[in-house]
Design a binder for this molecule. Structure first.
Ligand SMILES: NC(=O)c1ccc[n+]([C@@H]2O[C@H](COP(=O)([O-])OP(=O)(O)OC[C@H]3O[C@@H](n4cnc5c(N)ncnc54)[C@H](OP(=O)(O)O)[C@@H]3O)[C@@H](O)[C@H]2O)c1
Length: 280
C-alpha cells in the first residue's frame, strides 16, 4: 500500500513512519522542506503524481502559543494547507487520515468528550484545526478524523519530556492544576493508525490513552515514575504565562474506537512508565 505521510519528521510522524516502513508499507515522507503544504498548486500536483492509496496528514503548526501570536501562519499551514491535502485526496479518490486535536472543544464539559459533541474552539490553534476538519467532512467521503491530545514521545520537546528534563535539574516546578486532558503516548497511536488504514468505517474518532489528568497530576506522576527529587507546585492557568487559553477540561472518550476495532487502549499511567523507562 502506497502512503504519503505529511509531517513525517514530527513527534508522531517520525514514529509512525518507522513503524509502517517496518511493516512493509510503501511510505513517502513529506516535511516542510520537501513539500511545503502551503504551496497549494504544487501540493495537489504532487499528490496527483504520486497517487497514494492513503494520505496520513500530520503536518501542522503545533505550537499553541505561537499560533495565537502568528495567526496568519497558523491559518496558512493548519487550515489552508489541510485544504490543499483534502483537494488532492478528492482528485485521486484516496483515503485521508487527518490528525486533529482536543482543542476543538471549549472545555465546558466535565466528562470526556465524545465524537458527536459540538466543537467550539477557544484558541486559534483549535480554530485552525477545526476549520480543516469542517472542509474534510464537506469534501470527502473516505476520511478519518482522529482527535488526539497532549502527545508525548522522544522526537521533540513536549510537556512530559520537559518536566522530566527540568525535574532532573530543578528543586521545584510550577504547573497548572486547572487544565485537564488525555495525555497520549505516540507509540500507542501506531496500531490504531494501522487499523484505520485497513478499515472503511470512516468518520471521526477520539484516540487517546485511557484515563485523564490535570497537568499538575501528570507532572507529579512523571516525577514519581522517574524517581526525581523535585516538588511540583500547583498554579492556575492564568499564572502560567501561556499566550493561548487552554480548555479547562478537554479529556476525550475513546470508546467508539475501542468498540469498533476491538482494541483496548491502555491508561496513560502505564504508557508513561514505558516511556520514562525508555529514556533511562
Ligand atoms: N503534539 C500534540 O500534543 C498534539 C495534540 C493533538 C493533536 N496533534 C496533531 O497531531 C499531528 C502531529 O503532531 P506532532 O506534534 O507530531 O507534530 P510536530 O512534531 O509539531 O511536527 C510538525 C510536522 O509538520 C511539518 N510541517 C510544518 N509546517 C509545514 C509546512 N508548511 N508544510 C509541510 N509540512 C510542515 C513539520 O516539518 P519540518 O520538520 O520540516 O518542520 C513536521 O514534520 C498534528 O496535526 C497536530 O495538530 C498534536
Amino acid at each position: 500500500m502506497k502512503i504519503i505521510i505529511t509531517g513525517a519528521t514530527g513527534l508522531l510522524g517520525s514514529e509512525l513512519s518507522s513503524y509502517l516502513k517496518e511493516k512493509r508499507y510503501e511510505i513517502i515522507e513529506w516535511n516542510s522542506k520537501n513539500q511545503d503544504i502551503t504551496d497549494i498548486n504544487n501540493t495537489i500536483k504532487n499528490i496527483k503524481k504520486i497517487r497514494p492509496e492513503v494520505i496520513i496528514h500530520l503536518a501542522a503548526f503545533t505550537n499553541v502559543d505561537e499560533c495565537e501570536e502568528n495567526k496568519g501562519k497558523a491559518f496558512l499551514i493548519n487550515t489552508q494547507g489541510s485544504w490543499a491535502i483534502t483537494l488532492g485526496a478528492k482528485e485521486i479518490n484516496c483515503k485521508l487520515i487527518y490528525f486533529s486535536t482536543d482543542y476543538v472543544f471549549d472545555g465546558n464539559k466535565d466528562t470526556p468528550y465524545y465524537e458527536n459533541d459540538l466543537p467550539n474552539p477557544i484558541n486559534y490553534y483549535g480554530m485552525t484545526k477545526y476549520l480543516a476538519e469542517k472542509k474534510i467532512v464537506e469534501t470527502l467521503k473516505k476520511y478519518f478524523i482522529v482527535r488526539t491530545s497532549l502527545l508525548f514521545g522522544k522526537k521533540r520537546e513536549n510537556f512530559v519530556l520537559r518536566i522530566y528534563e527540568k525535574g532532573k535539574k530543578e528543586k521545584e516546578i510550577k504547573v497548572p492544576s486547572d487544565v485537564i486532558s488525555s495525555p497520549t503516548y505516540v507509540k500507542d497511536l501506531l496500531l490504531p493508525v494501522e487499523n484505520l488504514l485497513k478499515s472503511e468505517e470512516y468518520g471521526i474518532y477520539h484516540i487517546v490513552n485511557s484515563d485523564y489528568s490535570s497537568r499538575y497530576d501528570l507532572a507529579k506522576e512523571i516525577v514519581k515514575v522517574a524517581n526525581l527529587n523535585c516538588e511540583i507546585i500547583p498554579i492556575t492557568q492564568k499564572e502560567s504565562g501561556w499566550k493561548a487559553k487552554r480548555p479547562k477540561f478537554s479529556a476525550l472518550n475513546n470508546t467508539k474506537y475501542e468498540l469498533i476495532f476491538n482494541h483496548k487502549i491502555r491508561s496513560y499511567k502505564d504508557a508513561l512508565i514505558d516511556f520514562i523507562n525508555s529514556l533511562k
